[in-house]
Design a protein around this ligand. Structure first.
Ligand code: VG1
Ligand code: CO
Length: 539
């Protein structure tokens, strides 16, 4: 039944910040997916005798891709595939299952927060045996292989039924269809004080979890409603849909505006959390109150001692360079390790594997700990609930207490979308070459103290990565420029801006950062080069 099919390479199968991400219609081209998967298998020395975890966020084309991958895995001699029932596994659950089973690898079919449906995006995240997404050196090898592939192997058989939990065999390959929630739930129960959160819900604490019609709906119902006792109906948009119901499944102030509106209305519950398409991002809201993700990382770190699994102490914390410096002040105060890494979760993994850090986070609504090697949306919400249950304070009180202790970092990310790739590359190259000349100059009242590219050397494998350009100002303000590595429409220029105020916590972030945005536009000549006089998206 094993067929060897001849193929010709596609030259664009390069992974970005988090796996390969393409328009669904690109992936639907003949042999496109097969080429990528075979190249992946080939470049890691084949998968004969190996065990992989397979699942996805349920988006359009996942069903077809799952079947192709199963048949290719069996044809390539894989020993075992562990698959989430009906093909569902959130990204954090996939990492959890991979680690629990000591699997050799994992494939998560997701384009994460990118829109779904036939006109949306599709993607594959590839994790290695440490439970985290592969390093850039591995993705480079895969990319090289995609450019020279001539054939792939696949079984010519009927589709496999993934709707029943249990074991079946395909040739010599074992397929174990698992409950996608069970292992993950057990892991969460081992980290947090579920009894305390149960009591919180019993006391009438009102709560909404918005799964944005994506993969975490069933996780939310099981964990928040069934196990923790939140009232039925607390989980909104709980059914995973192939097009996410037309939503852009990215939990932020713009794409989850419906939730923000609810939280700023007079009927607002005490707490709301939301996740993205594949469940690794989170947004936290209190009554008429939004917690910036950079602050959230810092607040969780400062309150680690309320969580049973971290009570004994945490080794350290890391953030991406683009994330605000709020958590740096916490790390200093707690006297724990502190690292700043390039954007993308894979860059935290060596730090976790080597025991240097316990927590990590990114401004893009991602936070997690060393329990797995991915960011974890539900984990972050449980963390907040656990703090609230232990302190009796509201989301706003917890955040205000934090500002009182450390000062407030005002922070926003401004995106300029759909720029011609060559224009964007040139903008970054020219900006980089001008950085040294900015030092000592004052722009609209902001004096540049230093300006340089962000260059990271991984302390474990010694690899050096350049990612983004940083401009620091006297008084603690900072601008970071970088190009997105997850988009599928030209280039996106991301401008990350922060300012620090030790005393005044009640300014409006867009107003506070308006002047600095103007400075950023001047430094990078954004209008002249892109024709845009304002950002397309502010989050
Ligand atoms: C974006 C975010 C980054 C995140 C990545 C994957 O990358 O900025 O922080 O790790 O998405 O998240 P970029 O290169 O577009 O800025 V997910 O939830 O899409 O896996
Ligand atoms: Co995601």
């Amino acid at each position: 039944m094993i067929q060897t099919i001849s193929t010709t390479p596609y030259l664009d199968q390069k992974m970005g910040t988090a796996g390969i991400r393409k328009k669904v219609k690109t992936v639907m081209q003949p042999n496109y997916l097969e080429n990528f998967v075979q190249s992946l298998f080939d470049s890691i020395g084949g998968v004969a005798g190996q065990t992989f975890v397979l699942g996805g966020d349920g988006r359009y084309y996942n069903d077809i891709a799952l079947q192709k991958i199963i048949k290719m895995a069996a044809a390539n001699g894989m020993k075992k595939l562990i698959i989430g029932q009906n093909g569902y596994l959130s990204t954090p659950a996939s990492s959890c299952v991979l680690l629990k089973n000591h699997a050799d690898g994992g494939l998560t079919l997701s384009a994460s927060h990118n829109p779904g449906g036939v006109n949306g995006d599709f993607g594959i995240k590839y994790a290695t045996s440490n439970g985290g997404q592969c390093s850039s050196s591995i993705s480079e090898k895969i990319y090289s292989r995609t450019k020279e592939i001539t054939s792939y192997q696949i079984l010519d058989i009927e589709d496999i039924d993934l709707s029943y939990i249990g074991v079946q065999y395909l040739e010599d390959m074992e397929i174990e269809v698992i409950d996608p929630i069970k292992d993950y739930l057990e892991m969460m129960e081992g980290i947090f004080d579920f009894d305390a959160i149960r009591k919180l819900f019993k006391s009438g604490f009102s709560f909404v979890f918005d799964a944005m019609n994506a993969v975490t709906g069933p996780y939310g119902i099981k964990i928040f409603e069934e196990v923790l006792g939140a009232p039925e109906g607390s989980v909104h948009q709980a059914k995973p849909l192939p097009d996410f119901g037309g939503l852009h499944p990215d939990p932020n102030l713009v794409y989850a505006k419906h939730l923000v509106d609810l939280m700023y209305s007079d009927d607002a519950p005490d707490f709301a959390g939301a996740n993205d398409g594949d469940g690794d991002r989170n947004m936290i809201l209190g009554k008429k109150f939004f917690v910036s993700p950079s602050d959230s990382l810092a607040i969780l770190t400062d309150n680690y001692h309320y969580i049973p699994a971290y009570k004994k102490g945490i080794a350290g914390v890391a953030k991406s360079a683009a994330t605000s410096t709020a958590v740096e002040r916490v790390a200093k105060n707690l006297k724990i390790n502190y690292f700043e890494v390039p954007t993308g979760w894979k860059n935290f993994c060596n730090l976790m594997d080597s025991g240097r850090i316990t927590f990590c986070g990114e401004e893009s609504f991602g936070t997690s700990s060393s329990h797995i090697r991915e960011k974890d949306g539900i984990w972050a919400i449980l963390f907040w609930l656990n703090i609230i249950a232990k302190t009796g304070k509201s989301v706003e009180q917890i955040t205000r207490d934090f500002w009182k202790k450390y000062g407030r970092t005002y922070y926003l990310r401004f995106d300029f979308d759909g720029i011609d790739t060559s224009v964007a590359d040139q903008l970054m190259a020219d900006l980089e070459s001008k950085l040294p000349s900015f030092e000592g100059q004052t722009f609209d009242g902001y004096k540049v103290s230093r300006a340089h590219p962000f260059i990271y050397q991984d302390p474990v494998d010694g690899q050096t990565t350049k990612n983004g350009l940083l401009v620091y100002f006297e008084g603690g303000a900072r601008i970071c420029f970088r190009l997105s590595g997850t988009g599928t429409n030209g280039a996106t220029l991301r401008v990350y801006i922060e300012s620090y105020d030790p005393i005044n916590f009640d300014k409006d972030s867009p107003q506070e950062l308006e002047k600095l945005l103007g400075v950023a536009m001047i430094l990078a000549e954004i209008e002249k080069r892109t024709g845009k006089n304002k950002p397309d998206l502010t989050t």
